[in-house]
Design a binder for this molecule. Structure first.
Ligand SMILES: [Zn+2]
Length: 457
Protein backbone atom coordinates (compact mmCIF):
# COMPACT_ATOMS: atom_id res chain seq x y z
CA UNK A 1 0.00 0.00 0.00
CA UNK A 2 1.30 3.41 -0.92
CA UNK A 3 1.33 6.35 1.41
CA UNK A 4 -1.10 9.01 0.19
CA UNK A 5 -1.12 11.01 3.38
CA UNK A 6 1.59 13.46 2.42
CA UNK A 7 2.58 15.10 -0.83
CA UNK A 8 6.01 13.57 -0.58
CA UNK A 9 8.26 13.63 -3.60
CA UNK A 10 9.77 10.32 -4.49
CA UNK A 11 13.30 9.87 -5.76
CA UNK A 12 11.90 9.56 -9.26
CA UNK A 13 10.12 12.86 -9.35
CA UNK A 14 11.69 15.94 -10.76
CA UNK A 15 10.97 19.60 -11.24
CA UNK A 16 11.96 21.76 -14.13
CA UNK A 17 10.97 24.96 -15.81
CA UNK A 18 10.12 24.73 -19.47
CA UNK A 19 10.45 27.49 -22.00
CA UNK A 20 7.15 29.19 -21.23
CA UNK A 21 7.74 29.14 -17.52
CA UNK A 22 5.67 26.20 -16.31
CA UNK A 23 6.98 24.33 -13.34
CA UNK A 24 6.30 20.68 -14.02
CA UNK A 25 6.32 17.92 -11.48
CA UNK A 26 6.16 14.27 -12.36
CA UNK A 27 5.40 11.89 -9.53
CA UNK A 28 6.25 8.40 -10.61
CA UNK A 29 4.84 6.72 -7.58
CA UNK A 30 4.10 3.67 -9.63
CA UNK A 31 6.91 2.67 -12.00
CA UNK A 32 5.37 2.19 -15.43
CA UNK A 33 7.31 -1.06 -15.82
CA UNK A 34 4.98 -2.57 -13.22
CA UNK A 35 1.76 -2.02 -15.15
CA UNK A 36 0.36 -3.45 -18.37
CA UNK A 37 2.50 -2.48 -21.36
CA UNK A 38 -0.33 -0.92 -23.42
CA UNK A 39 -1.43 1.10 -20.42
CA UNK A 40 2.13 2.21 -19.65
CA UNK A 41 2.18 3.51 -23.24
CA UNK A 42 -0.98 5.51 -22.45
CA UNK A 43 0.84 7.25 -19.58
CA UNK A 44 4.00 7.83 -21.63
CA UNK A 45 1.88 9.31 -24.41
CA UNK A 46 0.35 11.64 -21.82
CA UNK A 47 3.67 13.47 -21.52
CA UNK A 48 3.48 14.47 -25.18
CA UNK A 49 -0.18 15.50 -24.73
CA UNK A 50 0.78 17.55 -21.70
CA UNK A 51 3.56 19.27 -23.68
CA UNK A 52 1.05 19.99 -26.44
CA UNK A 53 -1.48 21.26 -23.90
CA UNK A 54 1.09 23.63 -22.39
CA UNK A 55 2.17 24.82 -25.84
CA UNK A 56 -1.43 25.90 -26.49
CA UNK A 57 -1.49 28.26 -23.50
CA UNK A 58 -1.08 31.28 -25.80
CA UNK A 59 -4.00 30.11 -27.93
CA UNK A 60 -6.17 29.59 -24.85
CA UNK A 61 -5.33 33.08 -23.61
CA UNK A 62 -6.12 34.56 -27.01
CA UNK A 63 -9.42 32.68 -27.11
CA UNK A 64 -10.25 33.98 -23.65
CA UNK A 65 -9.23 37.53 -24.54
CA UNK A 66 -11.09 37.64 -27.86
CA UNK A 67 -14.39 36.10 -26.74
CA UNK A 68 -17.05 37.30 -24.29
CA UNK A 69 -17.93 33.85 -22.90
CA UNK A 70 -16.15 30.91 -21.34
CA UNK A 71 -17.45 27.60 -22.63
CA UNK A 72 -18.96 24.65 -20.79
CA UNK A 73 -19.42 21.74 -23.12
CA UNK A 74 -21.95 19.06 -22.19
CA UNK A 75 -21.72 16.00 -24.41
CA UNK A 76 -22.52 12.33 -24.47
CA UNK A 77 -19.88 9.92 -23.15
CA UNK A 78 -19.89 8.39 -26.66
CA UNK A 79 -16.38 8.22 -28.14
CA UNK A 80 -17.53 9.84 -31.38
CA UNK A 81 -18.19 13.05 -29.48
CA UNK A 82 -14.65 13.50 -28.17
CA UNK A 83 -13.68 15.91 -30.96
CA UNK A 84 -16.58 18.35 -30.54
CA UNK A 85 -14.38 21.11 -29.05
CA UNK A 86 -11.85 20.61 -31.85
CA UNK A 87 -14.66 20.70 -34.42
CA UNK A 88 -15.71 24.10 -33.02
CA UNK A 89 -12.19 25.52 -33.01
CA UNK A 90 -11.96 25.73 -29.21
CA UNK A 91 -8.43 25.06 -27.92
CA UNK A 92 -8.30 22.17 -25.39
CA UNK A 93 -8.74 23.54 -21.89
CA UNK A 94 -10.47 26.74 -23.03
CA UNK A 95 -13.61 24.65 -22.54
CA UNK A 96 -14.49 22.13 -19.88
CA UNK A 97 -16.10 18.86 -20.87
CA UNK A 98 -18.95 17.26 -18.96
CA UNK A 99 -19.96 13.90 -20.35
CA UNK A 100 -22.70 11.47 -19.37
CA UNK A 101 -24.67 8.78 -21.18
CA UNK A 102 -26.91 10.72 -23.56
CA UNK A 103 -26.32 14.06 -21.75
CA UNK A 104 -28.55 12.87 -18.93
CA UNK A 105 -27.80 15.09 -15.95
CA UNK A 106 -30.85 14.52 -13.75
CA UNK A 107 -33.47 16.92 -12.44
CA UNK A 108 -31.51 18.05 -9.41
CA UNK A 109 -27.78 17.52 -9.48
CA UNK A 110 -26.08 19.39 -6.67
CA UNK A 111 -22.55 18.52 -7.81
CA UNK A 112 -23.32 19.96 -11.22
CA UNK A 113 -24.98 23.09 -9.79
CA UNK A 114 -21.85 23.69 -7.71
CA UNK A 115 -19.65 23.23 -10.76
CA UNK A 116 -21.73 25.67 -12.83
CA UNK A 117 -21.67 28.20 -9.99
CA UNK A 118 -17.87 27.90 -9.74
CA UNK A 119 -17.57 28.48 -13.49
CA UNK A 120 -19.90 31.50 -13.26
CA UNK A 121 -17.87 32.97 -10.38
CA UNK A 122 -14.59 32.57 -12.27
CA UNK A 123 -16.12 33.99 -15.45
CA UNK A 124 -17.72 36.95 -13.63
CA UNK A 125 -14.43 37.82 -11.95
CA UNK A 126 -12.98 38.17 -15.46
CA UNK A 127 -15.99 40.09 -16.80
CA UNK A 128 -17.27 37.11 -18.77
CA UNK A 129 -20.38 35.01 -19.09
CA UNK A 130 -20.68 31.24 -19.40
CA UNK A 131 -21.80 29.77 -22.71
CA UNK A 132 -23.24 26.31 -22.14
CA UNK A 133 -23.26 24.15 -25.25
CA UNK A 134 -25.51 21.19 -24.62
CA UNK A 135 -24.63 18.79 -27.42
CA UNK A 136 -26.84 15.88 -28.42
CA UNK A 137 -25.71 13.57 -31.20
CA UNK A 138 -27.08 11.41 -33.97
CA UNK A 139 -25.93 9.64 -37.07
CA UNK A 140 -26.87 11.33 -40.32
CA UNK A 141 -26.48 8.22 -42.47
CA UNK A 142 -27.71 5.58 -39.98
CA UNK A 143 -30.18 7.54 -37.90
CA UNK A 144 -32.21 4.58 -36.60
CA UNK A 145 -29.31 2.29 -35.69
CA UNK A 146 -26.20 4.33 -34.92
CA UNK A 147 -27.35 7.47 -33.11
CA UNK A 148 -27.30 7.95 -29.33
CA UNK A 149 -27.46 4.50 -27.71
CA UNK A 150 -28.38 6.03 -24.35
CA UNK A 151 -31.65 7.18 -25.96
CA UNK A 152 -32.17 3.95 -27.91
CA UNK A 153 -31.52 5.92 -31.13
CA UNK A 154 -34.63 8.03 -30.47
CA UNK A 155 -33.12 11.41 -31.26
CA UNK A 156 -36.43 13.21 -30.73
CA UNK A 157 -36.49 12.19 -27.06
CA UNK A 158 -32.87 13.25 -26.61
CA UNK A 159 -33.66 16.61 -28.21
CA UNK A 160 -36.73 17.20 -26.00
CA UNK A 161 -34.74 16.48 -22.85
CA UNK A 162 -31.87 18.70 -24.02
CA UNK A 163 -34.23 21.58 -24.86
CA UNK A 164 -35.75 21.30 -21.40
CA UNK A 165 -32.31 21.41 -19.73
CA UNK A 166 -31.25 24.35 -21.91
CA UNK A 167 -34.41 26.30 -20.99
CA UNK A 168 -33.72 25.59 -17.34
CA UNK A 169 -30.11 26.83 -17.53
CA UNK A 170 -31.28 30.02 -19.22
CA UNK A 171 -33.97 30.70 -16.61
CA UNK A 172 -32.02 29.72 -13.48
CA UNK A 173 -28.74 31.57 -13.82
CA UNK A 174 -29.85 35.20 -13.90
CA UNK A 175 -30.33 38.03 -11.39
CA UNK A 176 -33.84 39.53 -11.33
CA UNK A 177 -35.31 42.70 -9.87
CA UNK A 178 -38.52 42.84 -7.79
CA UNK A 179 -40.73 42.74 -10.86
CA UNK A 180 -38.98 39.63 -12.23
CA UNK A 181 -37.10 41.49 -14.94
CA UNK A 182 -33.63 40.08 -15.67
CA UNK A 183 -30.95 42.53 -14.55
CA UNK A 184 -27.91 40.37 -15.09
CA UNK A 185 -27.40 37.24 -17.15
CA UNK A 186 -24.64 34.82 -16.16
CA UNK A 187 -25.34 31.91 -18.51
CA UNK A 188 -26.38 31.56 -22.13
CA UNK A 189 -27.30 27.98 -22.95
CA UNK A 190 -27.80 26.57 -26.42
CA UNK A 191 -28.44 23.11 -27.78
CA UNK A 192 -26.22 21.81 -30.53
CA UNK A 193 -26.94 18.64 -32.41
CA UNK A 194 -23.86 16.84 -33.56
CA UNK A 195 -24.01 14.67 -36.68
CA UNK A 196 -21.23 12.25 -35.83
CA UNK A 197 -20.64 11.09 -39.38
CA UNK A 198 -20.76 14.44 -41.20
CA UNK A 199 -19.14 16.43 -38.32
CA UNK A 200 -21.76 19.17 -38.60
CA UNK A 201 -22.73 20.78 -35.27
CA UNK A 202 -26.17 22.28 -35.80
CA UNK A 203 -27.25 25.22 -33.58
CA UNK A 204 -30.85 25.29 -32.33
CA UNK A 205 -32.44 28.72 -31.97
CA UNK A 206 -35.97 29.93 -31.31
CA UNK A 207 -38.89 27.94 -32.65
CA UNK A 208 -36.73 25.01 -33.76
CA UNK A 209 -34.89 27.15 -36.33
CA UNK A 210 -31.27 26.20 -36.92
CA UNK A 211 -27.87 27.28 -38.12
CA UNK A 212 -26.44 24.31 -39.98
CA UNK A 213 -22.75 24.76 -40.92
CA UNK A 214 -23.27 22.18 -43.66
CA UNK A 215 -25.29 24.73 -45.61
CA UNK A 216 -22.22 26.96 -45.80
CA UNK A 217 -19.93 24.08 -46.76
CA UNK A 218 -22.16 23.32 -49.71
CA UNK A 219 -22.56 26.95 -50.68
CA UNK A 220 -18.84 27.39 -50.86
CA UNK A 221 -18.43 24.17 -52.80
CA UNK A 222 -20.86 25.52 -55.40
CA UNK A 223 -18.82 28.68 -55.74
CA UNK A 224 -15.25 27.44 -55.68
CA UNK A 225 -13.98 24.45 -57.60
CA UNK A 226 -10.60 24.45 -55.97
CA UNK A 227 -11.17 22.70 -52.61
CA UNK A 228 -7.65 23.36 -51.33
CA UNK A 229 -8.05 27.07 -52.03
CA UNK A 230 -11.30 27.23 -50.10
CA UNK A 231 -11.46 30.25 -47.84
CA UNK A 232 -14.11 30.25 -45.11
CA UNK A 233 -13.58 33.94 -44.39
CA UNK A 234 -15.65 34.63 -47.48
CA UNK A 235 -18.73 33.31 -45.70
CA UNK A 236 -18.03 34.87 -42.28
CA UNK A 237 -20.52 37.67 -42.85
CA UNK A 238 -23.17 35.27 -44.13
CA UNK A 239 -22.80 33.00 -41.10
CA UNK A 240 -23.12 35.96 -38.73
CA UNK A 241 -26.23 37.18 -40.55
CA UNK A 242 -27.75 33.74 -40.17
CA UNK A 243 -26.99 33.73 -36.41
CA UNK A 244 -28.67 37.16 -36.04
CA UNK A 245 -31.71 35.71 -37.74
CA UNK A 246 -31.94 32.45 -35.75
CA UNK A 247 -30.85 33.94 -32.38
CA UNK A 248 -32.49 37.40 -32.43
CA UNK A 249 -31.93 39.95 -29.67
CA UNK A 250 -35.57 39.39 -28.63
CA UNK A 251 -34.77 35.73 -27.79
CA UNK A 252 -35.38 35.21 -24.04
CA UNK A 253 -31.96 33.72 -23.56
CA UNK A 254 -30.40 37.15 -24.17
CA UNK A 255 -32.65 39.06 -21.77
CA UNK A 256 -30.44 41.16 -19.51
CA UNK A 257 -27.76 41.68 -22.17
CA UNK A 258 -27.09 44.94 -23.96
CA UNK A 259 -27.43 44.85 -27.74
CA UNK A 260 -23.68 45.17 -27.97
CA UNK A 261 -23.15 42.19 -25.63
CA UNK A 262 -25.64 40.12 -27.66
CA UNK A 263 -23.70 40.94 -30.83
CA UNK A 264 -20.41 39.88 -29.18
CA UNK A 265 -21.89 36.52 -28.12
CA UNK A 266 -23.21 35.95 -31.66
CA UNK A 267 -19.75 36.63 -33.06
CA UNK A 268 -18.26 34.01 -30.75
CA UNK A 269 -20.89 31.49 -31.86
CA UNK A 270 -20.40 32.37 -35.53
CA UNK A 271 -16.65 31.86 -35.07
CA UNK A 272 -17.32 28.34 -33.81
CA UNK A 273 -19.62 27.60 -36.74
CA UNK A 274 -16.98 28.88 -39.13
CA UNK A 275 -14.34 26.63 -37.53
CA UNK A 276 -16.86 23.82 -37.91
CA UNK A 277 -17.23 24.52 -41.64
CA UNK A 278 -13.46 24.08 -41.97
CA UNK A 279 -13.52 20.91 -39.86
CA UNK A 280 -16.33 19.38 -41.93
CA UNK A 281 -14.38 19.94 -45.10
CA UNK A 282 -11.26 18.43 -43.62
CA UNK A 283 -13.19 15.44 -42.26
CA UNK A 284 -14.93 14.87 -45.59
CA UNK A 285 -11.55 14.02 -47.04
CA UNK A 286 -11.06 11.37 -44.35
CA UNK A 287 -14.39 9.66 -45.01
CA UNK A 288 -15.80 10.01 -41.49
CA UNK A 289 -18.67 7.63 -42.23
CA UNK A 290 -16.11 4.83 -41.97
CA UNK A 291 -14.15 6.35 -39.12
CA UNK A 292 -17.07 7.03 -36.89
CA UNK A 293 -19.09 3.87 -36.75
CA UNK A 294 -20.35 3.86 -33.16
CA UNK A 295 -18.85 2.13 -30.12
CA UNK A 296 -15.29 1.45 -31.12
CA UNK A 297 -13.81 2.81 -27.88
CA UNK A 298 -10.74 1.20 -26.31
CA UNK A 299 -10.55 2.93 -22.94
CA UNK A 300 -12.78 4.34 -20.24
CA UNK A 301 -11.78 7.75 -18.86
CA UNK A 302 -13.60 8.64 -15.64
CA UNK A 303 -13.60 11.98 -13.83
CA UNK A 304 -12.30 15.25 -15.26
CA UNK A 305 -9.36 16.86 -17.02
CA UNK A 306 -9.50 14.71 -20.15
CA UNK A 307 -9.97 17.61 -22.62
CA UNK A 308 -6.79 16.84 -24.57
CA UNK A 309 -7.97 13.28 -25.27
CA UNK A 310 -9.91 14.46 -28.28
CA UNK A 311 -9.26 11.63 -30.73
CA UNK A 312 -12.65 10.56 -32.04
CA UNK A 313 -13.83 7.03 -31.21
CA UNK A 314 -10.94 6.15 -28.87
CA UNK A 315 -12.30 6.92 -25.42
CA UNK A 316 -15.45 6.96 -23.36
CA UNK A 317 -15.51 9.89 -20.96
CA UNK A 318 -17.71 9.52 -17.88
CA UNK A 319 -17.68 12.66 -15.76
CA UNK A 320 -17.69 12.35 -12.00
CA UNK A 321 -20.79 14.49 -11.46
CA UNK A 322 -22.92 12.04 -13.42
CA UNK A 323 -26.01 11.02 -11.45
CA UNK A 324 -25.42 7.34 -12.16
CA UNK A 325 -21.68 6.83 -12.38
CA UNK A 326 -21.83 3.07 -11.87
CA UNK A 327 -24.49 2.53 -14.53
CA UNK A 328 -22.59 4.63 -17.04
CA UNK A 329 -19.33 2.97 -16.08
CA UNK A 330 -21.01 -0.34 -16.83
CA UNK A 331 -22.12 0.75 -20.31
CA UNK A 332 -18.62 1.99 -21.12
CA UNK A 333 -16.92 -1.16 -19.82
CA UNK A 334 -19.35 -3.38 -21.75
CA UNK A 335 -18.44 -1.76 -25.07
CA UNK A 336 -14.69 -1.67 -24.41
CA UNK A 337 -14.87 -5.34 -23.41
CA UNK A 338 -16.83 -6.08 -26.58
CA UNK A 339 -14.10 -4.39 -28.64
CA UNK A 340 -11.44 -6.32 -26.77
CA UNK A 341 -13.26 -9.58 -27.65
CA UNK A 342 -13.34 -8.52 -31.33
CA UNK A 343 -9.58 -7.93 -31.05
CA UNK A 344 -9.08 -11.37 -29.52
CA UNK A 345 -11.07 -13.02 -32.31
CA UNK A 346 -8.67 -11.36 -34.74
CA UNK A 347 -5.74 -12.83 -32.82
CA UNK A 348 -4.69 -9.94 -30.63
CA UNK A 349 -3.85 -10.99 -27.08
CA UNK A 350 -5.95 -11.10 -23.97
CA UNK A 351 -9.09 -9.39 -22.70
CA UNK A 352 -8.15 -5.91 -21.67
CA UNK A 353 -10.37 -3.14 -20.33
CA UNK A 354 -8.44 -0.12 -18.99
CA UNK A 355 -10.38 2.23 -16.70
CA UNK A 356 -8.51 5.47 -15.94
CA UNK A 357 -9.82 7.64 -13.14
CA UNK A 358 -8.51 11.18 -12.85
CA UNK A 359 -9.25 14.33 -10.86
CA UNK A 360 -7.41 17.62 -11.51
CA UNK A 361 -6.01 19.86 -8.81
CA UNK A 362 -4.73 23.37 -8.47
CA UNK A 363 -1.06 23.54 -7.47
CA UNK A 364 -1.51 26.98 -5.95
CA UNK A 365 -4.12 25.78 -3.45
CA UNK A 366 -2.67 24.01 -0.42
CA UNK A 367 -4.27 20.64 0.22
CA UNK A 368 -6.01 20.54 -3.16
CA UNK A 369 -3.90 17.66 -4.42
CA UNK A 370 -4.61 15.53 -1.36
CA UNK A 371 -8.33 16.22 -1.72
CA UNK A 372 -8.23 15.26 -5.40
CA UNK A 373 -6.41 12.01 -4.60
CA UNK A 374 -9.03 11.10 -1.98
CA UNK A 375 -11.83 11.90 -4.43
CA UNK A 376 -10.21 9.89 -7.26
CA UNK A 377 -9.57 6.94 -4.92
CA UNK A 378 -13.21 7.04 -3.84
CA UNK A 379 -14.39 6.90 -7.45
CA UNK A 380 -12.00 4.01 -8.14
CA UNK A 381 -13.18 2.06 -5.09
CA UNK A 382 -16.84 2.52 -6.00
CA UNK A 383 -16.31 1.34 -9.57
CA UNK A 384 -14.15 -1.60 -8.55
CA UNK A 385 -16.56 -2.73 -5.81
CA UNK A 386 -19.43 -2.52 -8.29
CA UNK A 387 -17.63 -4.85 -10.71
CA UNK A 388 -16.56 -7.26 -7.97
CA UNK A 389 -20.20 -7.58 -6.98
CA UNK A 390 -21.52 -7.82 -10.52
CA UNK A 391 -19.08 -10.48 -11.64
CA UNK A 392 -19.09 -12.32 -8.30
CA UNK A 393 -22.88 -12.70 -8.06
CA UNK A 394 -24.14 -15.49 -10.36
CA UNK A 395 -27.43 -13.91 -11.52
CA UNK A 396 -25.88 -10.43 -11.98
CA UNK A 397 -23.01 -11.98 -13.87
CA UNK A 398 -25.44 -13.83 -16.13
CA UNK A 399 -27.39 -10.61 -16.79
CA UNK A 400 -24.14 -8.87 -17.71
CA UNK A 401 -23.07 -11.66 -20.09
CA UNK A 402 -26.45 -11.32 -21.85
CA UNK A 403 -25.86 -7.59 -22.35
CA UNK A 404 -22.40 -8.31 -23.66
CA UNK A 405 -23.91 -10.85 -26.03
CA UNK A 406 -26.27 -8.19 -27.43
CA UNK A 407 -23.37 -5.77 -27.93
CA UNK A 408 -21.48 -8.47 -29.85
CA UNK A 409 -24.54 -9.43 -31.92
CA UNK A 410 -24.83 -5.79 -32.95
CA UNK A 411 -21.38 -6.20 -34.50
CA UNK A 412 -22.33 -9.50 -36.15
CA UNK A 413 -20.62 -11.83 -33.64
CA UNK A 414 -22.42 -14.91 -32.26
CA UNK A 415 -21.23 -15.36 -28.67
CA UNK A 416 -22.04 -19.11 -28.79
CA UNK A 417 -19.42 -19.52 -31.49
CA UNK A 418 -16.61 -17.66 -29.77
CA UNK A 419 -13.20 -19.34 -29.94
CA UNK A 420 -12.37 -21.36 -26.83
CA UNK A 421 -9.63 -19.06 -25.50
CA UNK A 422 -12.12 -16.15 -25.53
CA UNK A 423 -14.72 -18.23 -23.67
CA UNK A 424 -12.11 -19.29 -21.13
CA UNK A 425 -11.02 -15.71 -20.59
CA UNK A 426 -14.66 -14.62 -20.17
CA UNK A 427 -15.33 -17.40 -17.67
CA UNK A 428 -12.13 -17.43 -15.69
CA UNK A 429 -10.47 -14.05 -15.85
CA UNK A 430 -13.17 -11.50 -16.58
CA UNK A 431 -12.53 -9.40 -13.48
CA UNK A 432 -8.76 -9.55 -14.08
CA UNK A 433 -9.35 -8.00 -17.51
CA UNK A 434 -10.47 -4.78 -15.80
CA UNK A 435 -7.46 -2.56 -15.10
CA UNK A 436 -8.08 0.34 -12.72
CA UNK A 437 -5.69 3.27 -12.68
CA UNK A 438 -6.04 6.25 -10.36
CA UNK A 439 -4.37 9.56 -11.14
CA UNK A 440 -4.51 13.27 -10.42
CA UNK A 441 -3.22 16.10 -12.60
CA UNK A 442 -2.27 19.75 -12.15
CA UNK A 443 -4.81 21.87 -14.03
CA UNK A 444 -2.12 23.91 -15.74
CA UNK A 445 -0.02 21.06 -17.14
CA UNK A 446 -2.53 18.23 -17.48
CA UNK A 447 0.27 15.83 -16.70
CA UNK A 448 -1.16 12.63 -15.23
CA UNK A 449 0.33 11.53 -11.92
CA UNK A 450 -0.44 7.86 -11.47
CA UNK A 451 -1.02 7.38 -7.74
CA UNK A 452 -2.65 3.95 -7.48
CA UNK A 453 -3.75 0.91 -9.43
CA UNK A 454 -6.61 -1.53 -8.79
CA UNK A 455 -4.43 -3.53 -6.40
CA UNK A 456 -4.16 -0.53 -4.09
CA UNK A 457 -7.91 0.12 -3.91
ZN1 LIG B 1 -24.85 9.14 -26.93
Amino acid sequence: MLDYSRDRRTANSYVHRDRIGYRRIIHERIPLERIDEQDAAFYRDNQARSDHYISLQGEREAYFRDNPCTVMLFTCMDGRERDTARALGIPPGAENIYATAGNKIGDVNLVLCKEIQARIDRASAAGKRVLILFTTHESWSKRETDSCAAWGNQSRLAAEDADMQVRRFNVDYVDRDGSGRVTKRHVIAIRLNSYTDTESRVWYGTGGRTVDPMAFVQRMTDRIDNVAGYDTRAVTAEILTRFRDVFPYSDDRFEGLSEQAWEAVLRQMAGMAEANVRYIRQAAKLNPADLKHGHREKRVLVGRGWEMYDDPNEYFIVSDFTPELLREGKIAVTYVLKNSILDMIEGRPGLHVPIHINVPYDRERPGDRGGSIRHAMGLGRALRADWLERLGTPDKRMAFIIELKHALQHDGVDIEKLPLPVWDALNERLFDALKFYISVMPRDTRLLELVATGDDL
